[in-house]
Design a protein around this ligand. Structure first.
Ligand code: PLP
Length: 411
């Protein structure tokens, strides 16, 4: 790989850009389907998918066309007016999700903030919690975004150190993971509930924490707990939703329905940011005119692309593909059987490979995979995540398995 040109851009970014990321040293120029090319023309298979925002593949022709057509017609209006694409998007998302009411924002973090506001209003106006006393219970290891409110209830010091003071109203319970059983976790959530609790907010699978998949039944128990205590169950499916786990939503694996659902990432069809909070009319109707909003939220361009992206989940069989190839990919990785691998886990095309503690960390392995033409990203020091676009083919997965096996055997 010629580094000269790439080094120029890398240097420029490090001179003029804030250093809030540590990217792998490759400068990308082009994407198509599951592939990416760098500025020197080297081709890579994408196993990151922009943290699951690229489910449809890069530059899906239908989505490019939708984006072009709508942008040359009407792109941004603000919500001061009605538009047809927004109305159509709302209707379609409501039909496939089964939620009565939707509020559109742009980024994931904004949709999480929306969910927090909705839960608190419901807590005050429906449940009768005294002013400014509402509490929301979250899980340890959570990742819900980067606003000051959200990082305030993170348990990861890297996300919050030096960004305080943080607001009250969030309490942390134990996620069902590692040696924390379903019962331990539910006991932990249960012990944090009081008369001022309005919601439990969790990810059904913790992505950023390292693809932590809780035991089957945990969501059902949380659902029961929330019903018993008159608390809203809100699921952050920004990363796990829209087919990533092999079902439309990760909570479909347990046949439960949350009271509030947060979507983002792949909703934008790998074209632009759009996010949404979905809930019942009972919850959503606490937002009245002027109480919440976003200049770009629900703009016709994003709405048009998002509706087409949702349709393509079905037309391109992305959900089934994620289910079938996910199982195949996971079991193939599990069968590599090497002492550096501690565990391979995941659901659908969302797989984490945890390495045993050793000299070699996950980032080193990602560098080695990069040299073989695979773009992967570590999460924390010991987990590599494999989350290709959901349109990836079995042939491409087979190629990836061959390369991953080769790299692991070589260390
Ligand atoms: C990515 C992510 C977010 C934040 O989304 P942004 O668009 O980056 O603000 C929130 N929750 C989960 C589970 C995520 O994966």
């Amino acid at each position: 790989m010629s580094q000269s040109l790439q080094d120029d851009y890398i240097k420029k970014e490090s001179i003029y850009g804030a250093q809030n990321y540590s990217p792998l040293s490759v400068v990308l120029e082009k994407g198509e389907g599951a592939y990416l090319w760098d500025v020197d023309g080297n081709k890579y298979l994408d196993m990151v998918s922009a943290y699951s925002a690229v489910s449809h593949g890069h530059s899906h022709p239908e989505l490019v066309k939708t984006l072009q057509d709508q942008s040359s017609k009407l792109a941004i209006t603000s919500r001061a007016f009605y538009t047809e694409p927004f109305a159509d998007f709302l209707e379609f998302l409501s039909k496939i999700s089964g939620f009565e009411s939707i509020l559109a924002m742009n980024t994931g973090a904004e949709a999480v903030e929306t969910a927090i506001k909705a839960a608190r209003r419901w807590g005050y106006f429906t449940k009768g919690i005294p002013d400014n006393k509402a509490e929301i219970i979250v899980a340890d290891g959570n990742f819900h975004g980067r606003t000051t409110t959200i990082v305030g209830f993170s348990s990861d010091d890297a996300y919050k150190k030096g960004f305080g003071p943080f607001g009250d109203g969030f309490i942390t319970a134990k996620f069902c993971w590692s040696d924390c059983s379903i019962q331990d976790s539910i006991d932990s959530f249960s012990s944090k509930i009081n008369k001022n609790t309005c919601a439990i907010l969790v990810e059904p699978i913790q992505g950023e924490a390292g693809i932590r998949v809780p035991d089957y039944g945990w969501l059902q128990e949380l659902r029961k707990l929330c019903d018993k205590e008159n608390i809203l169950l809100i699921l952050d499916e920004i990363q796990s939703g829209l087919g990533r786990t092999g079902k439309l939503f990760a909570h479909d694996h347990e046949d439960i329905k949350p009271d509030g659902l947060i979507l983002g990432k792949a909703l934008g069809g790998a074209m632009l940011p759009i996010s949404a909070f979905l809930s019942s009319k009972e919850v959503m109707n606490h937002f009245n005119s002027g109480s919440h909003g976003s200049t770009f939220g629900g703009n016709p361009l994003a709405s048009k692309v998002a509706k087409r992206a949702l349709e393509l989940l079905y037309e391109d069989s992305l959900i089934e593909n994620s289910f079938t190839l996910g199982e195949y990919f996971k079991s193939s990785l599990q069968s590599i059987d090497n002492k550096i691998i501690k565990e391979v886990r995941g659901k659908g095309l969302w797989i984490g490979m945890e390495l045993n503690d050793s000299e070699l960390n996950a980032k080193d392995l990602c560098m080695m995979l990069l040299n073989e033409g695979l773009l992967c990203k570590e999460t924390h020091k010991t987990v590599i995540r494999f989350a290709p676009p959901l349109m990836i083919s079995k042939k491409e997965i087979d190629w990836a398995i061959k390369k991953i096996t080769k790299v692991i055997r070589s260390v």
